[in-house]
Design a binder for this molecule. Structure first.
Ligand code: NAG
Ligand code: NAG
Ligand code: NAG
Ligand code: NAG
Length: 360
């Protein structure tokens, strides 16, 4: 009798622990936690075992990490690139893409399917394609290498395919396998939010592919370009960021009802299919003006603004009409430098007063 009661209690404990585990998982899953690898990379703390410390990675992602430590570095680097590009693209906006140093990464912000969420998913997914593809080209990964399929072929215009073409197909496949894994039907059941994430991930990947371009090098006597070899190369990551930022401006609001496919909310355009050049979102963005920690909004108080500009960085827009403080800062620099024969440089020091404006 006593033994039986003991077993029951153990089962009870097991169920309790399991349900706590589930509650924790439900709270922090849903927001792609692999993005934390980018924050860890920014902090310089990615190591062999990082994946096992990140909560909320799904089985497929853990397997990739375990089987293939080199690819873990690529994923972290890709996420890092995505985060930095996001911060650069949004440096003048009310929401500036700032991150937290814990597993929430963007705070509670990504829980809502806004345009900003759409951009984050797309740019990080593109980041993984970009870094994995580069790693293939330099021979850092064992499963891929350069794309040599056209090597030696001559083009009608008189140049030759040579060198190492970036093998974007492997990067695309890898990013899809890893980045999309948490959204797959078996993980979450089909819901409109995971369809939104999947679509935006795909837009990010497609952008890398679309912006690939032919890059050439001239050979021949003193750069005469008698022989020209070309290869297909990756775009600079900031070009991808800029392209996706434009997609963000035109992001399509979705009708939230359907669980099976994406449909525009705008009635007049319902029948137009959504293309893979359009980011999609479900909810309207908050205005990001005022600090609201619960929703992960920092507010714009203290942000530096530009009094003479007209765009998003203008004090009018960035400070949301609250006005700004002006601070005069003395700026000292070396100036009017002269080169004296031979050999030293003499400079004067110049002082300028600079007005710095920050939002109230
Ligand atoms: C974003 O703005 C906040 C102030 O609102 C600032 O503390 C933070 O450093 C900024 N983040 C980035 C990445 O520029
Ligand atoms: C994450 O860190 C931020 C500060 O960087 C803090 O405000 C927030 O509560 C933390 N979230 C969790 C879940 O620890
Ligand atoms: C290749 O691997 C080395 C060593 O791990 C690393 O320093 C370098 O950044 C990697 N290069 C690319 C393009 O992934
Ligand atoms: C402010 O904006 C003006 C006009 O766009 C620009 O010329 C100027 O360099 C900007 N100032 C700063 C400090 O960024």
């Amino acid at each position: 009798m006593a033994r039986k009661r003991g077993r029951m209690t153990r089962t009870g404990w097991f169920v309790l622990v399991l349900s706590i585990h589930w509650i924790l998982l439900l709270q922090c899953c849903c927001v792609a936690s692999w993005m934390y690898l980018g924050v860890a990379s920014l902090a310089g703390s990615v190591h062999d075992d990082t994946c096992s410390e990140v909560p909320g990675l799904v089985r497929e992602q853990l397997e990739v990490c375990k089987d293939n430590p080199e690819s873990l570095l690529c994923i972290s680097e890709g996420a890092r690139r995505g985060i930095l590009e996001c911060q650069s693209q949004f440096r003048f906006e009310r929401w500036n893409c700032s991150t937290e140093k814990n597993y929430t990464v963007f705070g509670p912000l990504l829980r809502k399917g806004t345009k900003e969420t759409a951009f984050v998913y797309a740019v990080l997914s593109a980041g993984v394609v970009h870094s994995v593809t580069q790693a293939c080209s330099v021979g850092n990964l064992t499963d891929c290498s350069c794309d040599m399929s056209r090597y030696g072929e001559a083009d009608v215009e008189g140049w030759k395919w040579g060198g190492c073409s970036d093998n974007v197909n492997y990067g695309l496949w890898f990013s899809e396998t890893f980045v999309d894994a948490p959204e797959s039907a078996t993980q979450t059941g089909r819901n409109i939010r995971s369809l939104m994430n999947l679509h935006n991930n795909a837009v990010g990947r497609k952008t890398v592919e679309k912006l690939m371009s032919r890059q050439c090098r001239c050979h021949g006597v003193s750069g005469s370009c008698a022989v020209k070899t070309c290869w297909r190369g990756l775009p600079a990551f900031k070009d991808i960021g800029q392209y996706l930022k434009n997609c963000y401006e035109r992001s399509v609001r979705l009708a939230g009802r359907s669980k099976r496919r994406l449909r525009r909310k705008e009635k007049a355009r319902r029948r137009e299919p959504i293309t893979n050049e359009e980011l999609v979102h479900l909810s309207r963005s908050p205005n990001y003006c005022r600090n609201n920690p619960k929703r992960g909004i920092l507010g714009t108080t203290g942000r530096r603004c530009n009094r003479t500009a007209n765009g998003a960085e203008s004090c009018d827009l960035l400070c949301c009409g609250r006005g700004y403080n002006t601070q005069v800062v003395r700026h000292v620099e070396r100036c009017r430098c002269k080169f004296h024969w031979c050999c030293y440089v003499e400079c004067k020091t110049c002082e300028t007063l600079v007005d710095i404006h920050t939002c109230k």
